[in-house]
Design a protein around this ligand. Structure first.
Ligand SMILES: *Cc1c(COP(=O)(O)O)cnc(C)c1O
Length: 239
């Protein structure tokens, strides 16, 4: 049987080691585990509520989901986990923005004006509990035709739109580099993030790195890694 707590411990040790190797931690101590410059988002898509609860009981509070319908069911089942924070990280259809705004406290995958404005509007309308909504702009860093994400040239105008939405807080950038992406791709993300941080004091999050590229992401300034497989095991359907 899968041991979620062991997997979380291993990933946290791996993050800590990656921080040290890239000079983002000066010394190793038990206390430094509490203050790592990289936070862990546990990606629980396709995994049952019971496993998420195990992770929660092991101290993990931030969870990422990609598929809205599935997520909403699990969020309802896990409503008793008072400290849980839900992050939407999947592609967004504009007719789903209302449910996203009312169920999540973070959205990492905002990539166009229409989505930002609709999320803002829904929060305004409901005055829901989770205000403001924390927003990362998803960047199409590998410039793939099929991939979601805002083009590099359009990041700063979209950032300004989000920053002007009073129910949204611009937190940073997110990317899913293609498999075996060059380090130039990670360097570019780091540079864009630094540029955005200079312009907006609310920006503190570079959401970058998954089970297979955690080290590379941490070496390039990631502040939040999104880990699924290494915590919950291989997924048996979808991706
Ligand atoms: C599935 C997914 C992850 C987690 O991927 P793993 O390889 O399982 O760690 C992270 N980010 C996004 C956007 C995902 O869709």
């Amino acid at each position: 049987m899968i041991n979620i707590k062991d997997n979380l411990d291993k990933i946290k040790a791996q993050i800590q080691q990656a921080c040290q190797q890239s000079g983002r931690l000066t010394h190793l101590s038990e206390q430094s585990k509490q203050s790592l410059p990289v936070s862990l988002l546990a990606v629980s898509k396709t995994k049952p509520a019971a496993l998420i609860e195990q992770a929660y009981l092991a101290g993990q509070h931030d969870f990422g989901e990609n598929y809205l319908q599935e997520a909403i069911e699990k969020i309802a089942q896990l409503a008793h986990l008072n400290e849980a924070s839900w992050h939407f990280i999947g592609p967004i259809q504009s007719n789903k923005t209302k449910q996203i705004a009312s169920n999540f406290s973070w959205v990492h995958s905002v990539d166009r004006e229409k989505i930002a404005l609709r999320l803002n509007q829904h929060i305004q309308d409901n005055n829901c509990h989770n205000t403001p909504l924390n927003i990362c702009l998803q960047v199409n860093i590998s410039n793939e035709e099929s991939k979601s994400g805002v083009a590099i040239d359009d990041i700063f105008s979209l950032a300004e739109i989000v920053n002007n939405c009073d129910k949204l807080t611009l937190r940073g950038l997110m990317a899913v580099p293609e498999k075996n992406a060059s380090s130039a791709c990670y360097e570019k993300m780091q540079q864009l993030f630094a540029q955005l941080q200079k312009q907006y004091p609310s920006v503190d999050t570079l959401s970058l790195g998954m089970s297979n590229d955690l080290e590379q992401a941490v070496a390039h300034g990631s502040t939040m890694v999104r880990i699924g497989t290494a915590i919950f095991g291989e997924r048996t359907y979808k991706n």
